[in-house]
Unconditional design. Structure first.
Lengths: 498, 152
């Protein structure tokens, strides 16, 4: 079968009534949690993982994927109307989006954000189709040394693209690797770091870690602040941008798509980094950079297009190589494993219904999102007005129920609380959780790859430098690592004034 | 932040040192035949060195610790601690009080105790939450939650 036939096959899977329903649930939930600050796609996806046990793997992944790209649409609504980003990837949209709302242009800001997201997302799916498939074919020739080298590069790029200290991010990646070693050794079945707790024999589950680090910790941080927030009172009318708006945003949307697509593929890139980069690039390309931050429509179009393009593109490394490039994909990786599907280059061959079904469902999902976000914007504004004092108990309840239902064990609840406290302290002390989660997911694969490589080479580490792909990756890894260490040593940390 | 860097570095230093010892006890094997502790030992040793670096750098950089602004200053700890206690209480009571009672108590404590909502509103929302979540998770999704003293 060639690609057009696969596309038709994928459409058939995506348009199956049950899958259409799951796609709608996914994008609807995604938009909802995008609109609501305090819970992101990572927490929601892990929350809904147990609920997917009873549905087909294709339906489950379609729904979980919908949550991710749906959240990118919804995140802009709060940025524009409340000046509070619903998602980290919409932080930069606050700068011009909120200013547009204050000038009475909330409608065009929301409109260009939804339309830009649609264009960026749709074009990125085309890229996803044409890149993931050949990449998976190439990856079939990868052995353990190539995988090890590739994962090393992935981890170091994640720490490189972090928003805080790279040194601390690297430390978190190491901590994540250690966390992944908990449980039975894959080769000897000897329990490691389990402290006699039977529930830890299978390792620490991804759901308690992710819910704790991203869900509980976020609520704990919010508990420090006043729980009330004010929605900007404005009449939302004229959602469709004017001809002038189209003229000034056409290149911003195109550049946003390209930036989002390429940064989405990179490990650690994803929606957040691409939105910041595309905003910076747009400002540089603009004839009036000084006006950015005062309500310029390109400042909304570019990041919103980029974050959606990145959200779609980040599926490429997961579906073709089996390597999650960001935390959301790490949760999806966990979801695939729970459903008995091993992510990797063989995924497309073994489960074409899943790959092509999910890809084509993204087209359908993007159309649904356009309908959800333009005519129904008034509904999301009403959702925004639900007080946080009512939302946070519900979020906590769903976290507790969700984490318990994975193994029907209160140990998972305790672990989630523990990781919640850890995540809270990490936020306070400037340690980012994303490298930890990503390293935790890659840890078993990384260890297996090292031990298999050493077995193949008879104990010689030279194997990582004698094969072309692994050699290139190892050189890249060493170079990036050296830059990080050098910049840490050279940097003179500021003393924070009183 | 430097003082906190020192403390977090110290914590990670102790954690990684402990992990190194445990990994060593698991058996390192050799490169031809790696034992279950070899890779964890290597990773923990790297973390140990980096933690030492973080702590040392923070010690060297503290010029005037009295001018440092604490990241934990001015925080209303009561709500944070209260939420954690409620979560912990839910975990402890879940197995013997069961899903409906625990959910009801959790909502009452969070809405009324932490969110300071009016008592009638707290009761109505708590009851509705128990009812809806019971329908979704127990009836529809058939999650095997503990039933508690009333057998529901």
């Amino acid at each position: 079968m060639d690609i057009p036939k696969y596309i038709l096959f994928g459409l058939q899977v995506a348009l199956d009534p049950a899958n259409l329903f799951y796609c709608f649930i996914g994008v609807f939930t995604g938009t909802l949690i995008g609109v609501l600050p305090g819970i992101g796609p990572v927490g929601t996806m892990s929350l809904l993982l147990p609920a997917t046990f009873r549905i087909s793997p294709v339906g489950a992944i379609i729904m979980l994927a919908g949550i991710y790209y749906g959240a990118q649409y919804g995140g802009s609504t709060t940025s524009i109307l409340v000046n509070i980003p619903g998602e980290a990837s919409s932080v930069v949209t606050c700068l011009d989006g909120y200013q547009m709302a204050r000038k009475g242009r909330a409608g065009p800001a929301l409109g260009i954000s939804a339309i830009g997201s649609f264009i960026g997302g749709t074009l990125a799916i085309v890229g996803l189709m044409f890149v993931a498939y050949p990449l998976a074919k190439v990856a079939l020739s990868f052995g353990p040394p190539e995988y090890f080298a590739l994962m090393c590069v992935g981890l170091v790029i994640v720490t490189f693209l972090t928003q805080g200290s790279m040194y601390k991010a690297l430390m978190m990646a190491l901590l994540g690797l250690l966390l992944g070693f908990v449980g039975l050794d894959l080769f000897t079945a000897i329990p490691r770091f389990t402290f006699g707790i039977n529930e830890l024999m299978d390792g620490v589950g991804i759901v308690p870690i992710v819910m704790g680090l991203f869900g509980i910790s976020e609520i704990l941080v919010n508990m420090e602040q006043p729980l009330e927030r004010k929605v900007y009172e404005t009449n939302i009318k004229g959602l469709f941008p004017t001809l002038k708006d189209w003229v000034v945003t056409k290149w911003a949307i195109l550049r946003g798509t390209l930036i989002g697509f390429f940064l989405g593929i990179l490990p650690g890139g994803g929606a957040v980094v691409s939105s910041f980069v595309s905003y910076a690039v747009e400002k540089r390309f603009s004839k009036y950079p000084e006006k950015f931050g005062t309500g310029v429509i390109e400042g909304v179009a570019a990041p919103e297009t980029a974050n959606n393009a990145a959200a779609q593109a980040s599926f490429i490394p997961l579906l073709s190589l089996g390597i999650p490039p960001n935390v959301v994909m790490a949760v999806l990786f966990g979801g695939l494993l729970i459903h008995g599907i091993q992510p990797g280059p063989l995924l497309i061959q073994k489960h074409p219904d899943l790959f092509w079904g999910v890809v084509m469902s993204m087209y359908v999902g993007n159309i649904m999102l356009l309908a959800l976000n333009l005519p129904l914007i008034g509904m999301w504004v009403k959702v925004l007005k639900v007080p946080y004092t009512i939302l946070f108990p519900l979020i906590l309840l769903f976290c507790l129920i969700g984490v318990y239902s994975i193994n029907n064990s209160v140990t998972d609840i305790y672990l989630m609380i523990l990781f919640g406290i850890v995540g809270y302290l990490m936020q306070k002390l400037g340690f980012e959780p994303a490298p930890l989660v990503l390293a935790y997911v890659l840890s078993p694969m990384l260890e297996t790859a090292v031990r298999q490589s050493l077995s193949i080479s008879g104990g010689s580490f030279i194997i990582f430098f004698t094969r072309p792909i692994s050699l290139v990756c190892m050189l890249l890894f060493a170079g990036l690592l050296a830059i990080q260490i050098y910049s840490y040593i050279r940097r003179k940390g500021p003393i924070i004034p009183a | 932040m430097r003082r906190y860097d020192f403390l977090s570095g110290l914590f990670l230093l102790l954690l990684s040192a402990g992990t190194c010892i445990m990994a060593y006890r698991l058996g390192l094997g050799d490169v031809h035949n790696p034992g279950p502790g070899l890779i964890p030992f290597g990773v923990a040793a790297l973390l140990f060195l980096m933690s030492m670096g973080l702590s040392l750098k923070s010690v060297l950089k503290i010029r005037n610790r009295y001018q440092e602004r604490g990241v934990f200053q001015g925080i209303d700890w009561r709500r944070v601690v209260l939420v954690l206690c409620v979560l912990l209480g839910f975990g402890i009571a879940f197995d013997f009080l069961g899903f409906p009672i625990c959910t009801f108590l959790l909502m009452i404590l969070l809405l009324g105790g932490v969110g300071h909502q009016k008592w009638w509103f707290t009761l109505v929302i708590s009851f509705l939450t128990v009812f809806c979540s019971y329908l979704i998770f127990v009836v529809w999704l058939e999650c095997p939650f503990p039933k508690g003293p009333f057998g529901i």
